[in-house]
Design a protein around this ligand. Sequence first.
Ligand code: PLP
Length: 382
Amino acid sequence: MSTNRPLAPETATAQALHYLDPATGAVAPPIHPSSTFARDENYELRGGYNYSRYESPTIDLAEAIICRLENGAASQLFASGLAGIAAVFETLKPGAHVVVPKVMYFGALLWLRRVAAHKGMTLDQFDQGDIETLGKAVKPGKTELVWLETPANPTFEVIDIAEAARIAHAAGAVLGVDSTNAPPCTQRPLELGADISFHSATKFLNGHSDITGGVVTFAKKDARFEDLHLVRKHQGAVLGAFEAWLLIRGMRTLFVRFERQTANAMAIARHFEGHPKVTRVIYPGLESHPAHAIAKRQMTGGFGSMLSILTVGGAAEARRAAAAVKVFYPATSLGGVESLIEHRATVEGPDSPVPPTLLRVSVGIEHVSDLIADLEQALESI
Ligand SMILES: Cc1ncc(COP(=O)(O)O)c(C=O)c1O
């Protein structure tokens, strides 16, 4: 079966690129757990596969789906999001200058600080809420990579990716975007001028909180991409076949999950903005968000399901509310079908720049009335 016109991303994703097993007619993609692949009578590789640390069929299909969604040239899957980020930074020249946000996923920042200390990389940070600080942080002719995270975890600043691409490219740097909080059904950094798009596939892409994974997609299959592939192949942080299969299965419902999650998040953000126990709701979909107009322009499929609620009182009160939920899970991570809440400053520790009353909320696909009622009763504990 083949169609004459290109499939819309929703169709391509739901059907795993219109998968159909020619031998059996199966419409669900299989898992190929084999670590090794036999050669033919001429000692040639039969399907191009040799050893699963290099390439394997299940990983290839998952990568092809993501690459299609991102409108990229090529994707590489890793065993976790951080393994993917670490591999991108491994492709930099010794002593490279890189520019990263002040607020970004704290685990990635901790890792980059270690790379800076051990490998001589120079790390400068800028404020994603003020793009002029990016212009000041880049060093023309010196900066090799500018890294964004938009919306940024967990304060959800939004930066104009197209404008950041102009600034990075004018300085001779490559632009990479961690778009984990805005999956490709809403935000496609490569279409906005970025060179590299990254996702923790653990989050929205998988959507069911049952794998860790990371994916890096390049706008061009250039020398840096080939190096990234080499890094994965020889450092070995490749995703397992079963995880890749769960990722494929999860992605087939990405668009509908995201639509429901976005609608639930918008209702929650509106309900709790102005609530007597809440000082602020940070959600790119609210008109009160300082970069709402940019978010509206570049998150074309909706504002997503990540928001932060700042409570009255101090850290103790916020933590009490997070512990009082009965429907939400008081757990880390995000993007899954189940709603999660977390007191971020506790998780990040004493050096965290996150406000002490901030509760990060990842909204799932449950009935929104259960979610609102649960947060209402949890806030009563303050
Ligand atoms: C924005 C962002 N980037 C990267 C990561 C790291 O991904 P992983 O936990 O899959 O290694 C996370 C994890 O929470 C994240 O939120």
